[in-house]
Design a protein around this ligand. Structure first.
Ligand code: PEP
Ligand code: MN
Length: 336
């Protein structure tokens, strides 16, 4: 349920409503809009007596949120959430692009990639140091050494760093280096990990699971917000279908659907979505046209030598073309 305060409700009235909600054993989540404050009443699934709150001073009305996701829903917050990371904003009118290699492989590869994507117009650098691989015999990532290289690349380029965290145990280490914590498709429903990043304040890039519905993705985001961290960016990265020609099937539908259901920023990952470099730019264009707030794209200076996902990685010059094309599409739909 949400409690909608009157426009002009005083701080004391809001405070009293929060105190009452907490006294009843719920947690109160404030959303301060331009006109009025909304309070999310979050707790277990037991029914809430709406009348109790409707009679409080300064309360305009209460509204039942029938969707299973509450804090992430547009019912709770109308305005877009913007997630700011070292001067880069996700979810604003401008499109933000994260780019870089799938994995951090060595110093030269990472620094070369970082400078190239910056030159081409990326706003943030990606690179995995802990890699979730289908085979235990595949390259698993450089671990802390990879994180140190990402920090060095950030120092040289000024680009904030996005990197994956796979377990709650890795979190203290990864948060020391990362600006944005990526939770990968395979971990979208790792609830202990979701709760752990929810207790922190780092921005989180939450990717859709391989077999997850939009609602399941939003429920996973709800886990993070329910713990207090609202800096969540969602990412459509393709789902499994019967189609075998491409690695996954990019669910373009999910972009406008999620933008209508949630106030959180929505990015598209065309690299994993299609899985073949030749189609990445086309899918990226489609995502921006569909209303995505940005992209995360795999770029490698020598894709043939990549230790992971070389087949879907763009050469830097192709990535530069992608940025140009995306810029043109953004302009036609009124975004920068
Ligand atoms: C990645 O970003 O390299 C990755 C492993 O992505 P996903 O979790 O979407 O498969
Ligand atoms: Mn990858």
């Amino acid at each position: 349920m949400i409690v909608v305060m009157r426009a002009g409700a005083t701080k004391q009235q809001i405070f009293a409503a929060v105190a009452r909600i907490e006294k009843d054993g719920f947690s109160a989540h404030l959303s301060e809009g331009a006109e009025r404050t909304i309070i999310g009443v979050i707790g277990d699934d037991r029914p809430v007596e709406r009348h109790t709150y409707e009679v409080l001073d300064g309360v305009e009305k209460t509204v039942a949120v029938l969707k299973p996701f509450k804090l992430v829903s547009r019912d709770f917050q109308q305005e877009h959430t913007t997630v700011k990371v070292n001067g880069v904003v996700f979810g604003a009118s401008s499109i933000s692009i994260i780019a870089g290699p799938c994995s951090v492989e060595d110093r030269a590869q990472l620094l070369e990639s970082a400078h190239a994507v910056k030159e081409a117009g990326a706003q943030a650098l990606r690179g995995g140091a802990f890699k979730p691989r289908s085979s235990p015999y595949s390259f698993q990532g450089l671990g802390e050494q990879g994180l140190q290289l990402l920090a060095e690349a950030r120092e040289q380029t000024g680009l904030p760093v996005v990197t994956e965290v796979m377990t709650p145990e890795q979190l203290p280490l990864v948060t020391r280096y990362a600006d944005v914590l990526q939770i990968g498709a395979r971990n979208m429903q790792n609830y202990e990990l979701l709760k752990a990043v929810g207790r922190g304040s780092h921005a989180v890039l939450l990717k859709r699971g391989l077999m997850a519905t939009v609602e399941e993705l939003l429920m996973s985001a709800e886990y993070i917000l329910a713990q207090g961290n609202r800096r969540v960016i969602l990412c459509e990265r393709g789902i499994r279908t019967f189609e075998k020609y491409t690695r996954n099937t990019t669910d373009i539908n999910a972009v406008p659907v999620m933008k209508s259901l949630t106030h959180l920023p929505v990015l598209l990952d065309p690299s994993h979505g299609v899985g073949k470099w030749a189609f990445v730019t086309a899918v990226a264009r489609a995502g921006i046209a569909a209303g995505a707030d940005g992209l995360i794209v795999e770029v490698h200076p020598r894709p043939a030598e990549a230790l992971s996902d070389g087949g879907q990685s763009l050469l830097p010059e192709r990535f530069a073309e992608l940025v140009q094309q995306v810029r043109a599409i953004a302009a036609t739909i009124g975004r920068e």
